[in-house]
Design a protein around this ligand. Sequence first.
Ligand code: NIG
Ligand code: FE
Length: 425
Amino acid sequence: MTKIELLIYNAAQVVTCGGADGPKRGAAMTDVGLIEGGAVAVSGGQIVAVGPTAELRAAYTADQMIDAAGKVVCPGFVEPHTHVVYAGDRVNEFELRVKGTSYQEIMAAGGGIVSTTTAVRQASVEQLVAETLPRLDAMLALGTTTVEIKTGYGLDTASEMKMLRAIEMLAEQHVVDIVPTFLGAHAIPTEYKGQAEAYTDLVIEEMLPTAAAWYQSSTFAARHIPLFNDVFCEQNAFSLDQSRRVLEAGLALGLPVKIHADEFTALGGVSLAVELGAVSADHLDVTTPAERAVLAASETVGVVLPAVNFNLGSTHFADARALIDDGAALALSTDINPGSAPCPSLPLVMAMACRYQKLLPAEALNAVTRNAAYAIGLGDRLGSLAPGKQADIVIVAAPDYRHLAYQFGGNLVATVIKRGQVVGG
Ligand code: NIG
Ligand code: FE
């Protein structure tokens, strides 16, 4: 008998989301790696074995035993796209939208991202951290164990660096793993109104080199976690050419690529992302069939964010069904942010994706675990229950994984385990 730290046993279902290397595509998305009556063995913060309960109980004795009878054991959820560091809120804009003003009209009138920028510029780094910690707590309680976080509400060098420092402090203080993304090219700040080209130059010449230099001595470099570089490729934000310039400048500094593409306008961002070897292309609400084919033929993961459409009161959603059917690697995300998606819940996003985008519950689960981990470049470490993977595990108070998408509005997450330690639930 081998002595280990933790054995979770007797689960109604262990759902591994395992498989061959790489994100799941096509028919493989419907395979969640289901083991009825399964068990998971954990040692040194990593998974050492997954299999039938009788087999693992015969092989291991554990300091801590968790009886998961009647429950589902699955990988911790991975959140690949957030703007969760911000100050204040935009509840007034929410009410304006209810009365009929659109998100883009609010943005064009100087609200939206730019209004959060005013609040973030005024906030101290400590205030940003203090406002964000409870949001991360809420996400953890809903099963999220890894969170990508973008800058992009600073929009000047000092404020963007303040956001990066806040993200680093959160990584040091909170139990979730955090993956940082620089998003200086999120919006044109008020002082550059009408001068998108000049602001793009500032991002390239000043912000990106400062962020890349900071990264080298950050906690993230020490943990072998990349700093991504992202851009909002959209009308009234950054053109395709400006997006290319920003992303190529980041690549030259060693920052891998992400992109916000095709949220409202199809500008060709997917092809750009694929050409530059982006780890993900996100939103994809109005992506054309031709661009979908380009994505499907690439390694770039498509991330769709149905909580945004829901929150904006839209009945149009990204064609995630076609993305999967065409063979693209698909992930889901909340996009948690104060404007387009004040939503911490990946299970709720799964529920939306099944209803409005016709994903099967299995596809939605793979999309918030394994494929989401690949969308932030950490698929080799996270997102599935397999020997050698980090022991980030969620125990769900339901006998069948499909309940995660079937029920909504509550919280079925009973226990959250991070690197082998029970941290929530
Ligand atoms: O992903 N689309 C651009 N950025 C965010 C919105 C952030 C905000 O509204 O504050 C998004 O939806
Ligand atoms: Fe976003």
